[in-house]
Design a protein around this ligand. Structure first.
Ligand code: BTN
Length: 231
């Protein structure tokens, strides 16, 4: 992994998209603060300065482009196993790519790009932040809140980069990631609203499409841009 770090940047993902022509695949850019951090579905991603891990990775090689949206799960898996490596328990993945600890969000992942050319994976992890300023239905958590102690952000970043590099290079070995997901599935059995209907989440298929059930009829949801509301 080639590593760059900025104290302040607009957004690590925007930086990589802007400079993707000059930068190599597996370049990681982190920042202590983002002035225009972006989340999924056009939302902003706000994180207090110096308290969190905010970074993005540029991918341009064939195996990763072939894996495409599946990289959401690969990234969530890397984050989850790195958190486990820090001694955290009760980790789950919320399809397609949020990581939860004890039922609360600790990490968000944003996949962008154009799969014939490049993919940028943006990852935001709440590390030492203990107060969250926006209104949330379920307030987020951080590694520090869960472990009860301050975390060395650089040390955690090194562990995560190592795991991500290994897992992203193995991204076509889908079964490995699906198996982990099946054992750490946040949504399984929960009720969600999809296109106005209330459905029950059954699980995922081998391509990581979500399987929902309504009135005994199963339906697959493939787009990772679908926003599901828990009911
Ligand atoms: C989500 O909405 O849950 C995804 C959040 C992704 C945030 C990260 S922080 C680093 C990278 N740069 C951004 O602007 N966004 C991603």
């Amino acid at each position: 992994m080639k590593e760059l770090h900025f104290e302040t940047i607009d957004s690590t993902s925007t930086y990589l998209k802007r400079n993707r022509g000059e930068l190599d695949s597996f370049t990681a850019v982190s920042a202590s603060f983002q002035s225009e951090g972006r989340g999924r579905s056009g939302r902003s991603w706000k994180a207090d300065k110096n308290e969190n891990l905010l970074f993005s990775i540029l991918l341009k090689d064939a195996p990763q482009l072939e894996a495409g949206p599946f990289l959401s799960l690969v990234s969530a898996f890397s984050v989850a196993r790195s958190l486990e490596g820090m001694g955290m328990e009760e980790i789950s993945i919320k399809w397609p790519n949020d990581v939860y600890v004890a039922g609360k969000k600790v990490c968000g992942i944003l996949l962008e790009g154009n799969i014939s050319e490049y993919i940028v994976i943006g990852i935001g992890i709440n590390v030492n932040q203990t107060e969250f300023h926006d209104e949330y239905r379920i307030p987020p958590t951080s590694i520090r809140l869960e472990l009860g102690k301050e975390v060395d952000i650089k040390g955690f970043r090194a562990l995560l980069y190592k795991n991500l590099e290994e897992d992203l290079k193995d991204c076509l070995n889908k079964r490995r990631f699906i198996s982990y997901y099946e054992g750490h599935d946040y949504l399984k059995g929960k009720k969600v609203e999809h296109l106005g209907d209330t459905c029950t989440v059954i699980g995922v298929d081998e391509d990581f499409a979500l399987i929902l059930e309504k009135d005994g009829v199963k339906e697959k949801v493939t787009s990772s841009e679908v926003t599901l509301k828990l009911v």
